[in-house]
Design a protein around this ligand. Structure first.
Ligand code: ADP
Ligand code: MG
Length: 689
């Protein structure tokens, strides 16, 4: 083996000794050799050949080499450097509109220069404007491979990244781990594949690199899909070894009583998912299930029935929501449903401190509080459950990574691991769910409770604001309630607030007869709760809010929602917001106000909103508009299990991986473990969260 070339990159800590580009490497998550080896070029440039200038055509991107025969500063239209370069076949002009004295030196008369750029006919004849160029010696060799262009950042020059990647590639532990019998035929080894993808030979058809159909790409994708299949199988196997409390419902138990006292009957979809959850809870292994259903599909009651099953069997239940407002909504509903049946419901959030918190924590520890509802405060380390049987997490994707890991730890504190039910109103296409969660069962509520009138969505330019205010006046006169959602200003919470406050004043003045409230993220929890309870209770007609009302708020009398600057919201978020109306039997309207001009994606989003109310359809369109990487919103890039493969497009490879994974686990367990380690090291914990 040749000794590895000296390394400019991937130095080890301490961090403060790192150079600026090395720190930039870290920031891109490129700390280890293997990370750099897997950081693939987004495109390539061909510097392997020199084109005689006489054969260039307008529009070509080419590399030329010649001697500078003239270098002068022109000032005719604007100050610019005009350089005439000659090779054996003819001449071409290099033109720099921005230049430094050092450029003049490099391009001095008599210098041999290699330049690369787009050719076009210009004022001075055939020319390249701002080409890449450097002085060379007559014997300077041409590269043998295409030059990679990597995804990078401003602090990280391509030249540095190229050197770092090349040397990391030499060092990275890329030895073959997989026995030949599990590999699809005709593919290179991983090392060959990566070497090729970083430095492809100039003869390869570029399309096979661009569309990722080249065997080197296939190998990479197969590796990744196999790691995914293996880790799923491992996670399932690991879960099967865990012991959980057996929570079987008794026919006369708490869940049955709750069902009997509900003011409505469950939809068929709710009955189905309740049955799926029950089956899980009655098993001696922990449930790990995602309950997904569109906004308003009635997930809360399903959660309540699951909780009742756990409590009926003598175990505690915890329910967590990402915001205090949402947690409080759950709290109210659950108190209303369960206290008449003799269940004590505790309330735990970040804003509850001091004695009240201590008392609550004691009631949880003693087991007196059977059901604990709150924000992530529910799983802080000082909260110890007497016997936690079931944890329910609403909108779990909105919790941060740290909070999900904390939950994970909390679940592992007991000898018997609690069951876990996650709920989401952002339906995830099934194949996508598989790529993001190592081991998860999915239940779907695909039907809304009866009697809902579909929401009508209207898209208006902001110039029609007056008309919208008149409409609000009508609704209020009819005893209905209205939400007005203020724009999201990404960069500044402060601006957000200013906007909301101004709109609040404006609407208050325009609607003298109505009570107009304001709700935003900076308000203290008690203040928020007070405003919310006025609105929920019907004493307040119009609620101006920032996106704090985003999830789960349930006010059936609200019939109109106006979303200002709707073009600034994501599609999933718009759908969530819209779900706040149309919760009762009144016909509801959602008005999306936008400020022209709309971007193409902005237009596509608003169009999707106007065309469909179906959350699954919205999710599909969102996926189309944004692509899977961004789809998961809360999950940062790089968190996804799949970076290279695509479950839709690479179905054949996926099928192969699925087939061979069990065999690999059975016959070559060490190879399987090493493969998962290589691909998912450091992410395994996260994927369970
Ligand atoms: P989400 O799935 O968005 O959390 P909720 O659980 O808040 O939805 O339910 C929305 C509304 O529908 C609530 O007022 C709830 O009480 C009501 N609801 C739930 N299930 C039914 C049903 N089967 N029939 C009628 N109303 C129902
Ligand atoms: Mg909900």
């Amino acid at each position: 083996m040749p000794s590895p070339p000296p390394a400019p990159a991937a130095p080890k800590p301490p961090q403060d000794k790192l150079s600026a580009p090395a720190r930039a490497l870290r920031k891109l998550g490129l700390a280890r050799d293997i990370d750099l080896a897997l950081h693939l070029p987004m495109r390539y440039v061909d510097e392997t050949r020199i084109t005689p200038v006489a054969t260039l055509r307008d529009g070509d991107t080419a590399q030329v080499q010649g001697t500078v025969v003239e270098c002068r500063v022109e000032t005719r239209t604007r100050r610019q450097l005009v350089v005439r370069l000659a090779d054996d076949s003819g001449e071409i002009v290099l033109r720099l509109v921005h230049f430094y004295p050092s450029n003049q030196k490099t391009l001095a008369v008599g210098q041999l220069v290699r330049a690369r750029g787009e050719v076009r006919g210009g004022f001075f004849g055939r020319e390249m404007v701002h080409p890449e160029f450097r002085a060379v010696t007559a014997d300077a060799a041409l590269p043998q491979a295409l030059t990679p262009v990597y995804p990078s950042s401003a602090q990280l020059p391509q030249a540095y990244l190229r050197k770092a990647a090349a040397s990391a590639l030499g060092r990275a532990p890329l030895g073959e781990l997989l026995p030949a019998e599990v590999l699809p035929g005709g593919l290179p080894t991983l090392r060959e594949a990566l070497q090729f993808l970083h430095h492809p030979s100039p003869n390869v058809p570029l399309t096979t690199l661009e569309d990722h159909s080249h065997p080197a790409w296939q190998r990479l994708k197969f590796e990744e899909l196999l790691a995914q299949q293996l880790s799923q199988a491992q996670a399932q196997a690991a879960r099967a070894t865990l012991a959980a409390p057996v929570l079987s419902p008794r026919t006369s138990g708490l869940a049955a009583q709750l069902l009997a006292t509900l003011p409505f009957t469950l939809t068929a979809a709710q009955q189905r998912v309740v049955a799926e959850i029950r089956t899980d809870l009655a098993r001696p292994q922990p449930m790990h299930r995602l309950l997904q259903g569109d906004v308003g599909s009635g997930k809360t009651v399903v959660a309540a029935l699951a909780a009742a099953t756990a409590m009926g069997a003598g175990w505690q239940c915890a329910l967590m929501a990402p915001t205090e407002i949402l947690a409080e909504q759950h709290f109210r509903k659950l108190v209303q449903w369960l206290e008449p049946l003799g269940v004590q419901v505790a309330w735990l959030t970040g804003s509850r401190k001091g004695k009240a918190r201590t008392a609550m924590v004691e009631r949880v520890a003693s087991g007196e509080a059977m059901l604990v509802v709150g924000t992530h405060a529910v799983i802080q380390h000082d909260v110890a459950f007497a016997r936690l049987g079931l944890a329910i997490v609403d909108e779990q994707h909105r919790f941060g990574v740290a909070q999900r890991l904390a939950l994970r730890q909390k679940l592992q504190e007991q000898a018997l691991e609690p069951h876990l039910l996650m709920m989401s109103a952002t339906p995830i296409p099934r194949t996508l769910a598989m790529t993001y969660f190592a081991d998860l069962d999915v239940s779907t509520i695909d039907e809304l409770p009866p009697g809902r009138t579909p929401i009508v969505t209207k898209v208006f330019a902001d110039s029609r604001r007056e008309q919208v205010v008149a409409r609000i006046r009508d609704e209020v006169a009819q005893g209905k309630q209205v939400y007005w959602v203020c724009p999201l200003v990404e960069e500044s919470e402060h601006l957000d607030l200013q906007n909301a406050t101004a709109t609040h004043a404006e609407l208050g003045a325009a609607l003298p007869g109505a009570r107009v409230g304001l709700l935003h993220g900076r308000m203290a929890a008690a203040e928020k709760a007070a405003v919310m309870s006025l609105f929920t209770g019907g004493q307040m007609q119009l609620l101006v809010a920032t996106t704090v009302i985003e999830v789960g708020v349930d006010v059936p009398n609200a019939s109109l929602m106006v979303i200002e600057h709707a073009e600034r919201f994501g599609l999933a978020q718009l759908h969530q917001l819209r779900g706040r109306v149309g919760r009762g039997e009144v016909a509801s309207v959602c008005v999306l106000l936008y400020t022209p001009p709309l971007s193409a994606t902005g237009k596509a989003r608003l169009k999707a909103m106007a065309e469909t109310n179906d959350g699954f359809e919205i999710a599909r369109r969102d996926l189309d508009i944004r692509g899977p990487g961004e789809f998961m919103g809360a999950r940062q890039s790089g968190d996804a299990l799949l970076r290279f493969a695509d479950l839709q497009a690479d179905g054949a490879l996926l099928q192969h991986a699925r087939t061979v994974a069990p065999r690999l686990l059975r016959e070559h367990p060490q190879a399987a473990a090493a493969h998962v380690q290589r691909w998912l090291a450091g992410r395994a914990e996260f994927l369970k969260a």
